[in-house]
Design a protein around this ligand. Structure first.
Ligand code: ADP
Ligand code: MG
Length: 355
């Protein structure tokens, strides 16, 4: 887990978040019409906090700073609640209990976790196992701080225990809570590729319920933007994976989630080869087909998981999957640095490359 440093700068009326290691910059863009909405005078309330080992920026526009601050407090509490429920590192979490009982007993879980595990299974099926929350047996062999490559034998042995079909989910029945059961003792799960996105969605819901329609939540480059920033649409800049000061594209966005998986956040180089934190469940080795994958969708959990799935699938298969999904667009940078856009991304009127 790494701590990502992000600098929030207000430059000539543009709101820009930049960071050496993340992919998105947020700024605001002049609307095509000159109509000024009353929103232009609404104050901005923002806060940055470290949550889920990531810097999270909350930005709200509204006329009641006290209400905005209360909503941000609630969103922060929600991140903590989700982490306590879904972290594979906290021994008391529901996910840890499922892991502890692997090969032994089904575990009663909350309907909320049940739904997210079902969503994870859906992404596994869609991606033919490229996305697999049971990546963990091989995933934990890779220590990005030690920067060592595990032996091939260890990796092969661990990879045999990656199989999302070993997670059995049983829906709630009458008064019985839903359950999750890992059928093999050597298999375990981790929600690192989907839980943060889910927390972003929950925070967005909290802001809407509190009456806000213009806000942004940026969790280390995975983000959700809603409404207009001041009198302008949010503009999300997608940074180049190898040159963070360069924007690959910028996209005016409203009520959208955007998530990126890259090989430049947590990685090490060994004998000239780059090893990053996204594991190909079929080999046990870090996936190496892409430098970065950015997914645009209406929900952040979906964008988060699909970014990881497409990263593992690589540019061709990954983009083919994206084209089958309604309301999902992608920008993929392959290992050579070549950029591919999904059809809808290419056609979206606001899209512009910045090169
Ligand atoms: P980040 O959390 O850095 O934004 P991702 O959303 O791409 O990145 O998720 C990467 C995390 O997902 C890894 O740190 C690990 O916890 C988990 N993971 C790694 N490989 C896979 C995989 N093939 N399927 C599902 N989860 C994975
Ligand atoms: Mg992801």
């Amino acid at each position: 887990m790494i701590q990502r440093a992000v600098a929030l700068m207000l430059i000539q009326g543009l709101l820009l978040i930049s960071c050496a290691s993340i992919v998105h910059a947020l700024e605001s863009q002049k609307p095509s019409t000159q109509r000024l909405t009353t929103e232009s005078n609404r104050p901005k309330i923002s806060r940055s906090v470290s949550l889920m080992t990531t810097r999270v920026d909350f930005i709200l526009f509204g006329t009641h700073p006290a209400t905005a601050n209360a909503a941000i407090d609630q969103a922060i509490a929600e991140f903590h609640r989700i982490e306590a429920l879904m972290s594979e590192w906290q021994p008391g979490s529901e996910v840890s209990r499922i892991n502890q009982q692997a090969g032994q007993h089904p575990v009663a879980i909350s309907p909320e976790l049940f739904r997210l595990l079902q969503a994870a299974q859906r992404v596994s099926i869609l991606s033919h196992g490229a996305f697999d929350i049971s990546f963990r047996s091989a995933g934990k062999l890779w220590d990005f701080r030690q920067a060592t490559v595990p032996t091939q034998e260890h990796i092969q042995r661990a990879t045999r225990h990656i199989d999302y079909q070993r997670l059995t989910l049983t829906p709630e029945q009458g008064h019985h809570a839903p359950t999750a059961f890992i059928t093999h003792p050597k298999t375990s799960i981790g929600l690192g590729a989907i839980a943060k996105g889910y927390a972003i969605d929950r925070a967005a819901q909290i802001f809407r319920q509190a009456g806000f329609d213009a806000f942004a939540i940026n969790a280390g480059g995975d983000l959700y933007v809603a409404g207009n920033a001041q009198d302008r649409l949010w503009n999300v800049g997608i940074q180049h994976p190898r040159a963070p000061e360069r924007l690959l594209a910028s996209l005016p966005s409203n009520n959208l989630a955007i998530a990126t998986s890259g090989d430049y956040e947590r990685f090490f180089i060994h004998d000239g080869q780059r090893f990053s934190h996204i594991i190909n469940p079929h080999t046990g080795y870090p996936a190496n087909g892409c430098q970065s994958v950015t997914i645009i969708a209406t929900r952040a959990f979906w964008a988060d998981a699909l970014a990881t799935a497409v990263f593992v699938l690589g540019p061709n298969e990954g983009m083919a999957l994206v084209e089958t999904l309604d309301g999902v667009e992608a920008l993929v940078v392959d290992q050579s640095g070549a950029v591919t856009l999904s059809r809808g991304f290419e056609q979206s009127s606001g899209y512009q490359t910045t090169e």
